[in-house]
Write a protein that binds this ligand. Structure first.
Ligand SMILES: Nc1ncnc2c1ncn2[C@@H]1O[C@H](COP(=O)(O)OP(=O)(O)O)[C@@H](O)[C@H]1O
Ligand SMILES: [Mg+2]
Length: 426
């Protein structure tokens, strides 16, 4: 089998690595990939903002299976375009992807289908926002409707700042594009958990639960990033709680989407707040998360290609993935300055020593090859990933590997997994 993966980050490197382990695979191609992916797969250029570019790559490569990494091509309808041309693709159609690409759509959908989520009002004008904020106690959460690369959610300390934020989003002053609508919602308190599920449009198979770390600074401080680290361990979610989430969130979502004629297939990523009155959906993503995927796949013992094919062929009812017991962690090494401005092009050293640490994989997020030299080429540079029989041991391995790695301005959080200790002491 030949598999084509679209994307260029750490998530796609982890996908390529896991796909390559499958016995059924003869070739993995990644478009456009990055410097590290190029060591594990053939990389070909592609513009993920351009459907025609992706279709051309698929037609040139004729893969047996296509896996889409990021949300942007899904939002453009890459799955529809490729299926129309007869390709087998893993991922949701453009309409089904609206669970992620429009937060307003997702909130209305959840309300119609009785899926627990924060109370909300959708506003398309400043006047509506002024009325809506009266219904909530500060802090108030204001969310851009559309994709905003992690910059579209603001926790506002007062009604006044909530209205200002809504105004900034609607006028276009705050984000790259002016939003047609914003979601104003109740601020939930609790611990955040990501439960990613594979679905074939009917059956739902949960992956190992994970927790990510969005803020750049230790102790969850500073601005939001694409994700500075993630970990997965079984005690993140009690089995009964996971069952509840499946029965009250993931399964009704998939059933509702099917009933509403927008059947959802691919990865349903449930971003949850574990509140005092139970799990509530913060958001859905419609694809593998980054860097949760690096940690999750490090624990996967089953053949990822078999899981993905079962989803594409609507055979997920027969599938139960096997996980290595224990835990895994992915610590992101970034360029200093990220998520603000940073410099790229610095040589990266120490990787061969890093991967000698038992259980460690180094996934590349933003790297490139310059001549013979691997160099930094992004804010998030590497995802140093380790699996072990306990979270403490996985963390020790990841940080031991990180100590071997050098590039100018390397920055990583030293407290990935810190909430696990708090949970243990609770
Ligand atoms: N209702 C809410 N209450 C408290 N925190 C929230 C709420 N909604 C979102 N957040 C916080 O903001 C982060 C980003 O929100 P999310 O809906 O996941 O949007 P996105 O990932 O698209 O930026 C969440 O991970 C969570 O930390
Ligand atoms: Mg999110």
């Amino acid at each position: 089998m030949k598999v084509l993966v679209f994307g260029s980050g750490g998530r796609e490197h982890a996908l390529v690595w896991a796909i390559k382990r499958s016995e059924r695979i003869t070739e993995v191609v990644c478009a456009p990939g990055n410097g590290g992916i190029a060591q594990d797969a053939r990389v070909v250029p592609a513009d993920l903002k351009d459907l025609n570019s992706m279709v051309r790559v698929a037609e040139a490569e004729r893969p047996d299976l296509i896996v889409i990494g990021p949300e942007l091509p899904l939002s453009l309808g890459v799955v529809d375009a490729l299926r129309d041309r007869g390709f087998r693709v893993f991922g949701p159609t453009r309409e089904a992807a609206m669970l992620e690409t429009s937060k307003g759509f997702a909130k209305r959908f959840m309300q119609r289908n009785n899926i627990p989520t924060a109370a909300y009002v959708i506003c398309s004008s400043v006047q509506e926002a002024e009325q809506a904020v009266e219904l909530f106690h500060p802090p108030i959460v204001v969310k851009a409707d559309g994709l905003a690369a992690g910059k579209g959610v603001v926790l506002c300390p007062s009604r006044h700042t909530a209205v200002e934020t809504a105004q900034g989003m609607l006028s276009g002053a705050l984000l790259e594009v002016a939003e047609k609508q914003v979601v104003i919602e109740e601020c939930l308190a609790g611990e955040e958990i990501s439960l990613l599920c594979l679905t074939d449009g009917k059956h739902v198979v949960p992956l190992a639960p994970a927790q990510d770390h969005k803020r750049v600074g230790e102790g969850d401080t500073g601005p939001n990033t694409g994700g500075m680290g993630a970990y997965s361990c079984d005690d993140l979610l009690e089995p009964a709680m996971q069952e509840w989430i499946l029965h009250h969130i993931a399964e009704p979502t998939v059933r509702g989407m099917a009933e509403e004629d927008t059947p959802f297939t691919g990865v349903l990523y449930c971003g949850l707040m574990m509140t005092a009155r139970g799990p509530q959906v913060l958001e859905f993503n419609v694809r593998f998360g980054d860097p949760e995927t690096q940690a999750i796949l490090a624990r996967l013992e089953s053949d990822l290609v078999e899981l993905i094919e079962a989803a594409v062929d609507r055979r997920l009812a027969e599938i139960a993935p096997r996980w290595s017991p224990g835990a895994s962690v992915c610590v992101v090494a970034s360029s200093s300055g990220y998520p603000g401005t940073f410099r790229s092009g610095f040589p990266i050293g120490g990787l061969s020593a890093a991967v000698k640490v038992p259980g460690v994989q180094v996934f590349h997020a933003g790297t490139a090859i310059n001549g013979e030299q691997l160099v930094t080429a992004g804010g998030r540079v590497l995802g140093v990933t380790a699996a072990a029989t306990s979270l403490d041991e996985a963390l020790a391995r990841a940080y031991q590997a990180l100590a071997e790695i050098q590039f100018e301005g390397i920055y990583y959080r030293r407290d990935i997994g810190h909430r696990a200790a708090t949970r243990r002491n609770a």
